[in-house]
Write a protein that binds this ligand. Sequence first.
Ligand code: C2O
Ligand code: CU
Ligand code: CU
Length: 480
Amino acid sequence: MLNRRQALLCGASFGAVAALPVQLAAQTGEHLTYPPLLDATRSQQFRLWAQAGKTRFNGGATTDTLGYNQDYLGPTLRLMTGADTQAEVENQLRAPVSAHWHGLLVPGDVDGGPHQAIAPGQSWRPVLSLDQPPATAWYHSHVHGTTAEQVMFGLAGVLLVTDEQDDNRGLPSAYGIDDLTLVLQDRQFNRRGRMTYNSGMHDAMNGFLGDTMLVNGQVGATAAVPKGIVRCRLVNGSNARIYRLSLSDNRPMHLIATDGGYLDRPVALSDLTLAPGERAEVLIEFLDGIDCSLVSDNIANSAMGGMMGGRSGGQFVVLPFAVDTTLSARISGLPESLDGVLPNLDFAGAPVRRLSLDMSMGMGMMMTRANRQFSINNVVFDETALNFSVALNSLERWVVQGDLMMHPFHIHGVRFQVLSENGQQPRPENRGWKDTVLVNGQSELAVRFEKQASRSAPYMYHCHILEHEDGGMMGQFSVS
Ligand code: C2O
Ligand code: CU
Ligand code: CU
């Protein structure tokens, strides 16, 4: 493993390659729209198809994109927990794709990872039996080696797990009015307005950072909100960008849910860090009718941190909110408590598993671009090799160490508890149930395995910087 100093020396000749600061996108004044809602709570079935599309972003040239059921991104799926839903995913593209249900606690054979790749022209028909608390999850293609590119061009969507009790909880639940699904992505466009992604050396190494902010696939749009309490379901669907979100006038965001569902009560935060793959639900107060913007710090997460870290800094606008008094404000007060249960696993005596997210071999790539190698415990992902097996319903303590930069670590098929971050209590946004956590040094997790995954349909664990994942910073395990 290279240490930071060696990496610095190694990177010295690449000083010119720096993460671009995000430009403040010119506001177009357009209204933000939301992905179409595909509500399967009654029908208990839905159909997705992966298709090619054409999209014009911000008035630029028409660019080739990918989507589920539409030109770019996919519909928001609403699924009932406590029920079985019949899914059908058809691949209308010429390359294999998949639909991984990131955040659904379902067995390995219906998880939609690399082992459930759908060949061109084929369909996949999994039954999703949900018995988990309500949560904001998402779905995206997950074919090994092409995940980064397919998600970049649009193969991703949001998934809402519901028990239809949000009115009783006093939470906003009107889709697109006071319950806002927000997919955050950074992208790059050429001068003609075409989306570009070539995964050159710098991007392959550190993960792609774009200079244009998209929310739900739109550039520079403004979200109209009622004069009341608004719920934002934030989904970081970026390949590599980490957002540190806050509101422009410093009003608090009230965190109500993390990846795995509700907290026990709202927690007021002045800022919230959201790494690729993570979700957070926050309530924002617009009771006074005053507009504000969701903004983010510009974070350059780079293996040459010491050097390029200096290039980060500054803030950019993610999404302006404009109060529209014609919209009905249904909720005018924050709930005092929520019915989520914070994780409190009894991990004493649980076996310890150490995982190190390694980039050292990737550093060789700095010299020879062809050889991109990332790994976990120095083992590069191999779809044909199982990395380990765990017993069903067992509990383990995972000590996850990140090499050279921050890595969002994700585990399929589980919800976990973050026990500590660099020996400290976890950040407030990491105290609820999680399936993805940003490892900045070392994080300790308590993981319980409650769903089955066979050797032929194992679960993945990986860095959710998609270029790292595709490069081999991934492993797989069975649960039986
Ligand atoms: Cu969001 Cu293995 O993925
Ligand atoms: Cu996942
Ligand atoms: Cu990584």
